[in-house]
Design a protein around this ligand. Structure first.
Ligand SMILES: [Zn+2]
Length: 191
């Protein structure tokens, strides 16, 4: 829908749920994000990509790189909007690497893109892998930031929306203390 903001798009597509959730980390939170549900709609994916690309319009980005799997769709859309090349990193024996013949030209002005930043860990690993290959990583971007803006990745970072929603150990979860059952949305059947 034209005029919708990013949070509205997430709500409409079920990519942002509010309640009492078990995250994949095992921590509990009142917000569950599943970016794949907004990105399953190419028009929403394209819109998110364009919005992020706007921040880098004048940066002459030559290469966009993303960690698989979460960064693939949004990274590709950002690259399309910037008319840049797109590559992705994958874990091999636990280490983020470039495979499949992907290469970096020395000094390529590179933007690293993810769907959601929580701790910034996979963005940092992706940046390190690209720098080792000779890339000049100038910035990082994500659709969502659920670190309340706190994640540091070593380069300037932007996101379309910032959430300040704690993820807590079940032993100190207030919803658990009220006796509310936590759900794991990924494993829930949808009617
Ligand atoms: Zn809980």
């Amino acid at each position: 829908m034209p005029g919708e903001d990013v949070i509205e798009r997430f709500r409409r597509t079920g990519a942002l749920l509010e309640g009492h959730f078990v995250l994949s980390s095992g921590l509990h939170s009142s917000v569950y994000l599943q970016c794949a549900l907004v990105l399953q709609h190419p028009r929403d994916a394209e819109w998110c990509g364009r919005q992020l690309a706007e921040h880098f319009r004048d940066e002459n980005i030559q290469l966009v790189a993303a960690p698989a799997i979460g960064g693939l769709i949004i990274g590709h859309e950002v690259a399309r909007a910037l008319a840049a090349r797109f590559i992705f990193t994958e874990r091999e024996n636990g280490k983020m690497t470039l495979r499949r013949g992907f290469f970096v030209r020395p000094g390529d002005k590179t933007l690293v893109v993810e769907d959601v930043v929580t701790t910034g860990g996979s963005t940092r690993e992706t940046i390190a892998a690209l720098q080792m290959s000779g890339a000049n990583v100038v910035a990082a971007a994500s659709i969502m930031d659920r670190s309340a803006g706190k994640a540091e990745v070593g380069v300037p970072r932007v996101s379309l929306a910032t959430l300040d929603v704690p993820a807590v150990d079940p032993s100190v979860c207030e919803a658990c203390a009220r006796g509310e059952l936590a759900v794991k949305p990924g494993s829930r059947k949808k009617e």
